[in-house]
Design a protein around this ligand. Structure first.
Ligand code: LLP
Length: 421
């Protein structure tokens, strides 16, 4: 459930009519619901109740400081994958001991910043990374807390580009070599190996791959303990999917996911961490756009919007579906007709939906893209020199701009022309 509903025929974000926000900030813009973010975080927190746990929001899905502050206030940890994310999390007030550092290619400079600033753990993905982190920690006179990410060779049965747990993927160390690598890590005095990390992919709509992976992690925990390692913490990654299409059956709920965690690793006495991104932020956000033109093509009709692939790249990049709904609710009995819904960018890939049935619409009408709170704003760019679009947060009957639209001058002045030109 989210908090973007029609009231008296007008789409509202919580208690605020969407047209009111559009009038204040202009289109296009992203809009997040504080109540939905809160609800989704709590669903995970409650799903793991009774187990010692920390829900670490994967901020790659939405890294706005206000979103991080809201989740941090609820007690969330944060999963970061770059020093930029680390510094943003700290700027939002998240203490270092609630930040886990994931990612396959952390640089020494990034490790140094996190070690000096304070970090809960590094999720290390390779032997060269173990060696590098060991050196950096020793040079700073510190001991780095580490989990090692294992690749369980489980097919998450998701989109090719976001499956991460098969043996051909670049992530983690092969689980079959884990005992060897843990033995090596235990010899490095700059590291303290405290646990195991796994993440098999994103937008999983079936619990079976989680179950398979977590059973392998449970077995590995027992083996490593028998080898003498002090395994206290299991980071089980993120990846639980969301319903992008209201007409489809919904993926499993966090509560059911929590049952899988309990059933597979619940008896090991480990502290459990999870790293959900999409399920917390995805359906907590919409992107609102205005129709510029209705255009009749040779054999189809187009809705041309003021937002484009640079603002929301997921349809162009993954062929993904977003429900697109008119901000003014269609009157009952309206006749729907198919449209290609496109942006103004100069390539045919700038298409949000093909042959999507839509009610009668006119230029100036507003449309809302649902499920746009995750991997939306964070993946946007200024392609075609289109300034990044603003982000707004709603809470009850109030709203605030949480990232302003840059001015054209700001955008232009980021570039410099060398003296010799
Ligand atoms: N932990 C790690 C180590 C990850 O790599 C990811 C996502 C997550 C947690 C969070 O996964 P989530 O709960 O959000 O599924 N841009 C793509 C998604 C990329 C996901 C990358 N890793 C998209 O728009 O679908």
């Amino acid at each position: 459930m989210d908090h973007f509903l029609y009231r008296n025929g007008i789409l509202h974000a919580e208690d605020v009519p969407v047209p009111e926000i559009a009038a204040a900030v202009g289109t296009p813009f992203y809009c997040y619901s504080a109540a939905t973010l809160t609800r989704h975080y709590r669903l995970f927190d409650e799903a793991l109740a009774g187990m010692h746990h920390l829900v670490c929001f994967a901020m790659k899905s939405n890294s706005n400081l206000a979103v991080l502050r809201l989740l941090g206030n609820l007690g969330a940890g944060i999963d970061v994958v770059s020093v930029g994310e680390y510094l943003k999390a700290r700027a939002a007030g998240i203490p270092g001991d609630r930040i886990v550092f994931s990612g396959v290619g952390k640089t020494r400079a990034e490790m140094r910043v996190a070690l000096e600033g304070g970090i809960r753990q590094f999720n290390v993905e390779s032997e060269p990374e173990l060696a590098a982190l060991n050196e950096v920690a020793i040079s700073l006179g510190k001991v780095a807390p580490v989990t090692i990410r294992v690749n369980p060779n489980v097919d998450a049965k998701t989109h090719e580009k976001i499956a991460t747990g098969r043996k051909e993927d670049k992530f983690g160390i092969p689980i079959g070599r884990a005992r060897e690598v843990y033995a090596e890590a235990a010899r490095l005095r700059g590291l303290k190996v405290i646990g195991i990390d796994v993440h098999i992919g994103s937008q999983l709509t079936d619990l079976a791959p989680f179950e398979q992976a977590y059973l392998k992690v449970a077995e590995l925990t027992r083996q490593l303990r028998a080898d003498g390692h002090d395994i206290q913490r299991l980071d089980l990654g993120g990846g639980l999917g969301i319903p992008y299409e209201r007409s489809n059956t919904a993926p499993p709920l966090p509560l059911e996911y929590g049952e899988v965690v309990r059933r597979t690793v619940g008896d090991l006495g480990c502290e459990i961490e999870i790293e959900p991104g999409r399920l917390i932020s995805g359906n907590a956000g919409i992107m609102v756009s205005e129709i510029i033109y209705l255009k009749s093509g040779e054999d189809r009709n187009f809705l041309i919007l003021d937002s484009a692939m640079n603002d929301l790249v997921r349809p162009a990049m993954y062929g993904s579906h977003h429900d697109i709904v008119p901000v003014v609710e269609p009157t009952p009995g309206s006749e729907f007709a198919p449209f290609d819904i496109v942006g103004p960018v100069c390539e045919s890939g700038d298409t949000f939906a093909k042959q999507r049935p839509m009610p009668p619409l006119a230029p100036g009408d507003l449309l809302a893209f649902r499920s746009a709170g995750a991997y939306g704003a964070v993946m946007s760019s200024e392609y075609n020199s289109r300034p990044l679009i603003p982000e707004v947060m709603v809470q009850g009957d109030q709203f605030a701009v949480i990232r302003a639209r840059p001015t054209f001058d700001e955008m232009i002045n980021r570039d410099t022309i060398p003296e010799w030109l």
